[in-house]
Design a protein around this ligand. Structure first.
Ligand code: HEM
Length: 398
């Protein structure tokens, strides 16, 4: 079955000439039919697409919308779905799992990591400048930085990064088959289970050790500890790495705004929020299923129906953000973006992502004032088919 012309197919593709903007289809839908149907799985499913900022919050903040992909109407990537992440549980299971980690991501705890993040940034930038030009900014900086940080936090040996980066890539790839992504997830989870066992015997000062201790106390199982660790490992580097690369591209294409990223602490924090809004790397749409009838903005979503919330589209809503397609690093309400989601599943790692971006972005432009992209914009390969938007590589000179 193919999708009828009245119900457009859900797409991740952003426009070629404006690779940081959402698809024009969504911009038009937001203006004309802000809650409308899209088709998934070649027309077999027609979930709702909720595109306005206010409506997006109304869905994400309402417990009548479940993240559990085992609901028959769940708009998961493939009919076979589900993936075993803890974001895919509703309360009370979700709340129980989230509580095992809350302390690890408290702002105070993350702030203690700032000196280590600054040191790693410095070392990686030094190593980058010792390479011959042009060099790939993703391979040599944007990816290893968050990967090293999350390894330090979790207590995962960085030497294994080739293994877990390869599997993470498959898990976020929309083109991977259900079998391939299940296999990648199983490998990652098995690797973490081995690590949990090691930490029982040889504890360290890290998150996996503390999860292993919670398993000892009987609150969770070793497998839960491994799955939580695997999700953090995945979430901890795929996201921030792409955000560093895309923020760098964005700043290089708005050179007049670079001084804002070199400003004082508060100015940098505000600039990072605007970059999070403008770039909105999580562009696969947050997926929910209604468990009861809910009316939003005059549209009734029936129990059992799927909903996709493309937060990158809601983050460009002109009813909430003035001139939303302009980058304005001094935007007053930038912090109210939905780039980290909203409601009970709002990103747990956001203090870490913020700390990394606030340290890394100014340092890039301070250390490399002559930084340039070594190829024309239209030759940069964007990752169109992944839950998290990004670039495959970014050749730069400095
Ligand atoms: C710029 C970087 C990041 C962005 C844009 C981002 C975005 C998001 C979004 C949109 C969600 C909500 C998903 C939903 O509601 O369906 C989420 C959830 C989550 N993120 Fe992040 N994330 C980032 C970095 C991180 C990091 C560094 C970590 C941890 C190391 C992390 C861990 C998590 C976890 C555990 C959840 C699930 C929370 C829950 O279900 O309660 N994220 N993230």
């Amino acid at each position: 079955m193919t999708s009828s012309p009245a119900v457009p197919a859900f797409t991740l593709v952003r426009p070629q000439g404006a690779p940081l903007d959402p698809s024009p289809l969504y911009t038009e839908l937001r203006a004309t039919q802000p809650i409308s149907r899209v088709s998934l799985w070649e027309g077999q499913l027609s979930p709702w697409l909720v595109t306005r900022w206010e409506d997006a919050r109304a869905v994400l903040g309402n417990p009548a919308f479940s993240t559990d992909p085992t609901h028959p109407g769940s708009p998961k990537d493939t009919p076979q779905g589900p993936r075993g992440f803890f974001v895919n549980h509703d309360d009370p299971v979700h709340g129980m799992m989230r509580r095992t980690l809350t302390r690890e991501f408290m702002v105070k705890r993350i702030n203690e990591l700032r000196p280590a993040i600054a040191r790693l940034t410095d070392e990686l930038l030094t190593d980058l400048t010792e390479l011959s030009e042009p060099a790939d900014f993703v391979e040599h900086f944007a990816l290893p930085l968050p990967s090293l940080v999350i390894c330090e936090l979790l207590g995962v040996p960085y030497e294994d990064h080739g293994f877990f980066q390869e599997h993470s890539k498959v898990i976020v790839d929309f083109n991977a088959t259900a079998q391939e992504s299940a296999q990648a997830w199983a490998s990652l989870s098995e690797y973490l289970l081995g690590l949990v066992e090691t930490k029982h015997a040889k504890p360290g000062n890290d998150v996996i050790t503390r999860l292993a201790a919670q398993a000892d106390e009987g609150g969770i199982t070793d497998q839960d500890a491994a799955d939580l660790g695997a999700f953090l490992l995945l979430a901890g580097h795929e996201t921030t790495a792409n955000m560093i690369a895309l923020s760098t591209i964005t700043l290089l294409s708005h050179p007049d705004q670079i001084p804002h990223i070199l400003g004082g602490e508060e100015q940098v924090a505000g600039a990072v929020e605007e970059l999070l809004r403008y770039v909105s790397i999580v562009h696969g749409g947050l997926r929910r299923t209604a468990v009861e009838d809910v009316t939003i903005d005059g549209v009734t979503i029936r129990a059992g129906e799927g909903v996709i919330v493309p937060i990158h589209v809601a983050n460009r809503d002109p009813e909430f953000f003035t001139a939303p397609d302009d980058l304005d690093l001094e935007r007053a309400n930038a912090r109210q973006h939905l780039a980290f989601g909203y409601g009970i599943h709002q990103c747990l790692g956001q203090p870490l992502a913020r700390a990394e971006l606030q340290i890394v972005l100014p340092e890039i432009f301070r250390r490399l004032p002559e930084l340039k992209i070594a190829v024309p914009m239209d030759e940069i390969a964007f990752k169109q088919d992944t839950v998290v938007y990004g670039v495959v590589e970014l050749p730069v000179t400095w």
